[in-house]
Structures are given as C-alpha cells and as structure tokens.
Design a protein around this ligand. Structure first.
Ligand SMILES: Cc1cc2nc3c(=O)[nH]c(=O)nc-3n(C[C@H](O)[C@H](O)[C@H](O)COP(=O)(O)OP(=O)(O)OC[C@H]3O[C@@H](n4cnc5c(N)ncnc54)[C@H](O)[C@@H]3O)c2cc1C
Length: 528
C-alpha cells in the first residue's frame, strides 16, 4: 500500500495549489521539488544587498487572489501567515515625452483618466464594462474551465442558451480579436493604447496576436476590480503558506529531489528510489520533460511544442526611492510600463521574434515598496524590472549598438543590455543611477538554469500562439491535463489556462480528482 494518495512532481504554484486542495480534502500528498526552494518561479531573496528582499522572478499576485485556489484556500493560508496588500495605483505607462496614463481602481476614475487624454474615450471604457460584465462568467469561464470536459461543453451550452447560436459564435469571435484591433477601434487616444498594450506581454502575447485583445480586456477589468495585490514580506509567503498547509494536513514536501521517471502509481527519483501513490501523480513540468524524459514510450510526442520569447529580470537596490519625472503618482504606482506606446510594443515584440535585441524594449518597472515597506530598510528603494521581448538566440541588435558575439547569453551581453535598459529608465527616473547600491541581472540563460521549466528563458511555459492556447494547450494532440497514462496528470504554465500565479491548472486537476467516482469513471471512459 503506497504511503501517499498523490505525488506532485515540482512545487510551482500549480503543483502546490493542487497538492493543498487535495490535502485539504483528506488526501495524503507528497510534493517532490528538485530545487532547494519551494515555489518554482516564486522566490524571495536578498540577491543585491543585505536587507533588500527581492521577488526574484514573479512578484504580482492579482491572478492568485482572483483565482479558484485562493477562493478555496485563502482562509487556511491566512492562518499560515499569508497577508495581501493592495494599492489604488496598480499600473501606469510613462511615455518618452514625459506624459503618463494611469489605470485606476474604479470605473469612474478610469473614465475620467481616459477623458483626460481624449474627451469621449470614457465612452469606450464604459461600453467595454457594459459589454464585459453581463458575460464575465463566460469570458473568465474560458480560463477557469477544463475545456476538454463536460464542464467545457457546459460552458458552450450556457453561451448558446444565453446568446443564441449566432450570438455565441459572435462572442467566441470577439475573444480572438488582437489588442491592436480592439484598442484602435475603441479608443481615439494613443495614450490609452499605450496604457493597455504592454499588458498583453504579461500573457505571453504581442499586441498583434490573435486573442491578445481579449486578454487585454480581461486584464484591464481584473486590474480595475482587483488592483495589484502582493503578499506582505514577499511572494515566497504564498509558497510557504501552501507548503505549511499541506504539511499541516499530514502531507510531505521535500526539496532537493529530482524525479527522473513517472509511471502509473508512482515515480522514480534520480537516486533510483521509488515512491508510490495510489491515486494520482501530478506533474508540474513542461511537455518537453514530461514526454521526453519522465514518461516512458512517448519520446518525440512534444517535439513540436514551441517556447515563447525569452525574458530578463533586473533587480535594483536603491539608497532612496525612485523619483519619477512628471506625474508624481508614478512614484506610488505598483507597475509602470516605459514604452513609446502600442507601436513601440509591437516593434519590440517583432524585433525579438526576429532574433534581435529590441532597440526600445518595453520596460516593466515594478515598485513593491509602494505597498510593502517591510522589504527594504526604511527610506530605501527597490525596482523589479522585467523585459519580456528578448530572443533566446540573439542574431543582432536592432539598435546596432551591441556586439552580440556568438548569440548566446554571456555575462557580458547580459550586463551590457541591462546597462542600456538602466540608461532608458534613468531618463524617467533622474535619481536612479546616483542611488544604485546593488544590481543583479538574470538573463534568459540564468532563468533557465534556475528552473528547468523556464526553458529558453521563456517565463510562460511555452508559446501562447493560438494553436498552443486554450483548447489546444499544451498541444493539439494532447490537450487538457490528462496524459496518455491513466493516473498521471499534467499541470503548470504549459497547460490550460496557461501561465501566471492563478494556480488554475492545479485547481482544475484537483477538482477532477475530487469528483465523485462515477463522474471520474465516465470522464476516463470518454477521455473527457
Ligand atoms: C521572471 C518571471 C516573472 C513573472 N512574473 C509574474 C507575475 O508577477 N505575476 C504572475 O502572475 N505571473 C508571473 N510570472 C509567471 C508565473 O510566475 C509562472 O507562470 C508560474 O509561476 C509557473 O508556475 P508553474 O506551476 O508552471 O511552475 P513553476 O514555477 O515553473 O515551477 C515548477 C517547479 O517544478 C520543479 N520541477 C520541474 N521538474 C522537476 C522534476 N523532474 N523533479 C522535481 N521537481 C521538478 C522545478 O524545479 C520548479 O520548482 C512570471 C514568471 C517569471 C519567470
């Protein structure tokens, strides 16, 4: 009789969420993590100067707080020390001419802000909300449902009943619009375009990609309604609380254990040991690892799975808070995008996809101290900087400034590219360069080395182009979360509903495992 009901391979947010939901339902859960920390792309550490606690990878938790796992586990996690902080200034864009635009926390405030840039753009905002809210359950439902299941079919039936056949098809069509097409049709002001376009990067897309308009709308509404929550003390508090909950329910969580094989009923670890699970093995890994290494007999199955653009993180410890030029609210804003606007994002994405270092990258400048002063000594500053438009193999520099050598991410290329970004930021934050106490940069190669799931430095677990998204994630030949091996499940950013800290795939798999046995047998019989 195995010691565990379920083994979770990998402690990313989806593995931990799934494990905690099962443990809360009475399952004996065992989480095995190869790194020396729990959380995968969640880690808080003093990586610049002692006393400065940086979220090394992910930092912003609106997806978790708005997600299904938090809804079920939030109270338990709060008992284990997880506390969320929020802000009235979730995001803004700073433009090269010193102007800025803000996304705020109420419909009225956003309407007024959009009118500030172009009288009448508030109408488009109000129209978006009026169209979005009555069908929000459908729009969010696409992201919160196992699409290849009777629940997915149920979502389709619900849409048909409410909207009619043509209406449902038309609704589905609106989900495919690109951000450019939506923004340019809806808003007259380029400031509005530049405020919302950078957000599609956080969904792994670019503003000209199919479905990026839908993702931009979902994010815009989610940010207005939910803000930009972060845990007091750092993102790691979420992973710590999930682990504490699993252990409290009698489960086991271990670091430093690499799983090398997965089969029905258990796993084999790199040291040759075998661990059994009577009900499920849940793999929080990429398709590349799952089918290439872990499951026997499926090598080649994921060879066509594509990874997305690479990214870089730059962490600054500052002797004083950043003082932004222009609107003083920029200094209070959680995430400021620095970009020329919609065309700037589009150009940088296109350059990265052609293998070039973008001439004018979209800089994501995160300011966690605006909500959580506990992360640095009093009076100091922290900047969390993310660059989501980079190639894995660098063919050249669109700005024709940097020698990219053999195209790999050497330490020298990493630091010189970070210098360029720092100089760009310094044009908006005049006290930046004089206040730097420490800077730590993570290139795409560093990201891959830190977490095997961040393959090619892709933060989002695989390209989210339409053929690998939604119904087709991770792969059209094996969509959803079941694998060809009964009792072995696939979760994580590579699976629906994709990347981010929502814990969505973990929650979807836990829900299926906790269904009554009859429903499970039916689903397994028809592979739903
Ligand atoms: C730099 C960066 C910034 C981001 N910022 C944000 C943000 O602010 N907000 C947001 O919502 N999202 C953000 N994201 C995206 C989000 O963090 C990820 O999509 C999400 O955390 C991925 O979770 P996951 O469940 O797929 O697992 P991962 O976080 O990828 O973790 C998987 C874990 O499994 C382990 N593992 C893999 N194989 C094995 C094995 N064989 N044996 C044992 N262990 C194994 C790995 O070591 C790893 O710890 C960011 C991502 C990155 C990289």
């Amino acid at each position: 009789m195995p010691d565990h009901d379920a083994i979770v391979v990998g402690s990313g947010v989806n593995g931990l969420a799934c494990g905690a939901l099962l443990a809360n339902a009475g399952w004996r859960v065992c989480v095995l993590e190869r790194n020396d920390w729990f959380g995968g792309a969640i880690k808080t550490a003093e990586i610049t100067v002692p006393g400065f606690h940086h979220d090394v990878f992910s930092a912003w938790h609106p997806l978790w707080v708005g997600g299904p796992a938090h809804a079920q586990l939030g109270d338990d996690l709060a008992r284990h020390g997880l506390e969320y902080l929020n802000t009235d200034f979730p995001t803004a864009t700073a433009f090269p001419d010193g102007g800025s635009a803000f996304l705020l926390r109420s419909a009225e405030a956003n309407a007024a802000e959009l009118d500030r840039h172009h009288e009448g753009d508030s109408d488009a905002w109000n129209a978006l909300l009026a169209e979005f809210f009555p069908n929000a359950d459908l729009a969010f439902g696409v992201l919160g449902t196992e699409l290849w299941s009777r629940h997915g079919a149920g979502l389709g039936v619900k849409a048909m009943r409410r909207l009619g056949r043509r209406g449902a098809v038309a609704f589905a069509g609106t989900l495919l619009v690109s951000a450019r097409d939506w923004l340019e049709t809806a808003f007259a002001s380029e400031r509005a375009h530049g405020l919302l376009a950078p957000w599609v990067l956080h969904t792994g897309l670019g503003p000209d990609a199919a479905a990026s308009g839908y993702m931009a709308q979902v994010i815009a509404v989610a940010v207005q309604e939910g803000g930009m929550p972060i845990p007091r003390g750092g993102g790691a508090k979420l992973a710590e609380a999930l682990v504490a909950l699993i252990r409290e329910r009698g489960g086991t969580c271990e670091t430093g254990v690499h799983v090398s094989r997965v089969f029905r009923g258990g796993v084999q670890t790199a040291d040759g040991g075998r661990i059994g699970a009577s009900r499920a093995v849940i793999c929080n890994v990429t398709p590349t690892q799952l089918y290439g290494d872990l499951l026997e007999g499926f090598r080649g199955k994921a060879d066509r799975f594509r990874y997305g653009r690479s990214e870089m993180q730059i962490h600054f410890a500052l002797s004083e808070p950043p003082r932004w030029d222009g609107d003083e609210r920029l200094g209070q804003t959680a995430i400021v995008h620095v970009t020329p606007g919609l065309d700037g994002v589009s150009r940088a994405v296109n350059e990265a996809e052609r293998g070039l270092l973008p001439a004018e990258a979209t800089v994501v400048a995160g300011q966690p101290l605006t909500m959580d002063p506990s992360r640095a000594p009093e009076g100091k500053g922290i900047l969390w900087v993310q660059l989501q438009e980079l190639p894995w193999r660098v063919k050249g520099d669109a700005a024709r400034e940097l020698d990219v050598g053999d195209g790999t991410w050497t330490e020298s290329l990493r630091e010189r590219y970070a210098d360029r970004i720092q100089a760009r930021l310094a044009r908006h934050i005049p006290n930046l360069e004089s206040s730097i106490l420490g800077r730590t940069v993570l290139s795409p190669a560093d990201l891959e080395a830190s977490n095997v799931n961040l393959r090619h430095g892709d933060p989002y677990g695989g390209s989210l182009a339409l053929d690998q998204n939604f119904l087709w994630r991770p792969m059209a030949t094996q969509p959803g979360h079941r694998t060809p091996v009964d009792g072995v499940w696939h979760v994580g950013a590579s699976t629906h509903p994709g990347p981010g800290l929502g814990g969505g795939s973990g929650a979807l798999v836990a829900a299926q495992l906790l269904e009554p046995p009859f429903a499970q047998r039916l689903a397994a019989r028809f592979r739903l």
